[in-house]
Design a protein around this ligand. Structure first.
Ligand code: THU
Length: 138
């Protein structure tokens, strides 16, 4: 598979996940897709709450799902898509959660940040330099 079709497949998976976003308060719908070295794709969407501060981001939902499906490392690429005009870059908490999963397998995943109009690539290490992670506790 070429890099482009890898990217397209992951962005399409994130867009499909976005359809399940529960975002009645912000109306900002986000989908995320994680691709692992074994080819598995795990997705999530944001889940808001009437108690606004409890809202869960799409990336956090996808990381929690992946962990619960037994993934520990092997994170090769991430796609995030939002309903705004500009590509969504993961929030700080999501960067940290993605880092933990990636660090378990010592990868530095490409993060495809998308909107319906644009897709931009950035490495997780650029989004979260000098990250605090499992090794920081040694
Ligand atoms: N959101 C995400 O799902 N991921 C991000 O990286 C940024 C923000 C969600 C949280 C909330 O439901 C909505 O977008 C507006 O902030």
């Amino acid at each position: 598979m070429s890099d482009d079709s890898d990217r397209d497949e992951l962005v399409i998976a994130a867009r499909r996940a976005q359809e399940n976003a529960y975002a009645p308060y912000s109306k900002f719908r986000v989908g995320a897709a994680l691709r692992f070295a074994d080819g598995t794709i795990v997705t999530g969407a944001n889940v808001e709450n009437a108690s606004y501060g409890l809202s869960l981001c799409a990336e956090a939902a996808a990381v929690a799902r992946a962990m619960n499906e037994g993934h520990r490392g092997g994170l090769e690429a991430v796609a995030v898509i939002g309903s705004g005009k500009k590509p969504v870059t993961p929030c700080g908490r999501c960067r940290q959660m993605l880092f933990e999963l990636a660090d378990l397998g010592a990868t530095d995943p490409a993060v495809w940040c998308a909107s319906s109009e644009d897709v931009e690539q950035v490495l997780l290490s650029a989004l979260l330099p000098r990250a605090f992670g499992p090794g920081s506790l040694d």
